[in-house]
Design a protein around this ligand. Structure first.
Ligand SMILES: [Zn+2]
Ligand SMILES: [Zn+2]
Ligand SMILES: [Zn+2]
Length: 130
């Protein structure tokens, strides 16, 4: 789901340095599919970027609109895409699939900077024994 708007250039355009750590975190989320938690990112990077730095990096990425955050099983997970999408998660095994977002709320009077989250849960075919 590569998009033109979401790229590592956004880091520099937002006035931040593209450090090797930031680049590593970005490339990992991009290549590892979709949702990743800070913990999973730190582990996947083999400890080369510690957890605190991963948290900080993700916070920055979210601030500049480079990643979207979604909470599954009480854990914040992040994904990179040009536009927001949603997920359905198997409540038995955690298998996750991406779903397009077709929600548009337009302007809501009295609010700005509006975002929404939606996580669907279900049983995947494997866990349902199908
Ligand atoms: Zn399952
Ligand atoms: Zn996804
Ligand atoms: Zn949506």
């Amino acid at each position: 789901m590569a998009g033109m708007k979401s790229s590592m250039d956004s880091i520099r355009k937002a006035g931040y340095k593209l450090t090797p750590q930031r680049r590593a975190v970005y490339e990992l989320i991009r290549s590892c599919g979709c949702l990743m938690s800070a913990d999973e990112i730190s582990k996947a990077l083999g400890g080369s970027v510690n957890l605190v730095s991963v948290y900080r990096t993700l916070k920055l990425f979210e601030k500049i609109g480079l990643v979207f955050r979604e909470k599954t099983e009480g854990v914040n997970r992040y994904y990179i895409d040009a536009i927001q999408h949603h997920h359905i998660v198997c409540r038995e095994c955690g298998y996750t699939r991406c779903l397009p977002c077709s929600h548009s709320f337009g302007n809501i009077k009295g609010f700005s900077d509006i975002s929404h989250t939606l996580v669907l849960t279900g049983l995947c075919n494997r866990c349902a024994g199908k």
